[in-house]
Design a protein around this ligand. Sequence first.
Ligand code: SF4
Length: 211
Amino acid sequence: MNNCELDFADVFSRIVQIEDLHSELTSLLDKVILETGLGCPKGCRSCCLTPAYNIEVSLLEFLPLSLRLWRYGLAERLLQRLEETGEEDPCVLFERNSDLLSNGGCTFYEYRPMMCRLFGISAMIGKTGEIKPVVCKIIKAYYPSSVQRFLETVEDGSLVLPVFSHFRSRIEGIDPHLAERVYPINMALKRAIEFIGLRWNLCSLERNRPA
Ligand code: SF4
């Protein structure tokens, strides 16, 4: 393997670890939704309809998506859109038009970062170390009695919730350097696409170099 491929192999291993963590988080949330009947109202896109600076993400979490974008030849077009998009604008992956995307606004839903996955239902650690459930206000407004039952279930300890800080430190454990800094979501995506792009283009140069 040449240096470039070695470097890419290292990036691949981090991508696999992030995808495994995202899947674990999704399974935990699916269990909570199954047990409580709580979840985002169909077609809701409120959490995405906000300036990108309100959603902070590390570039590490966007490496899986960036690799797919380069693999399927979509990266340069999205980089162009990101050049034209500011942090006052919503996330570039957000589709406002519910006719085009009826279930919700995310155009790359399975690659969305942890902050987006935990926005609806999650937990945080309170001052005295207690688990404090966090529920999106839209869900509270739509399902008040289910939210009440949910809070009671959490209180009696029979429901395991994903704790934001726990998953944050596990992301940092994958690559402390790339996870350390968070950016407004569009900037994080741009930097992740550039990070993979550099390696992708270098490796293709290496591959095509005459022997
Ligand atoms: S990544 Fe998807 S879920 Fe997250 S803000 Fe962007 S559009 Fe919304």
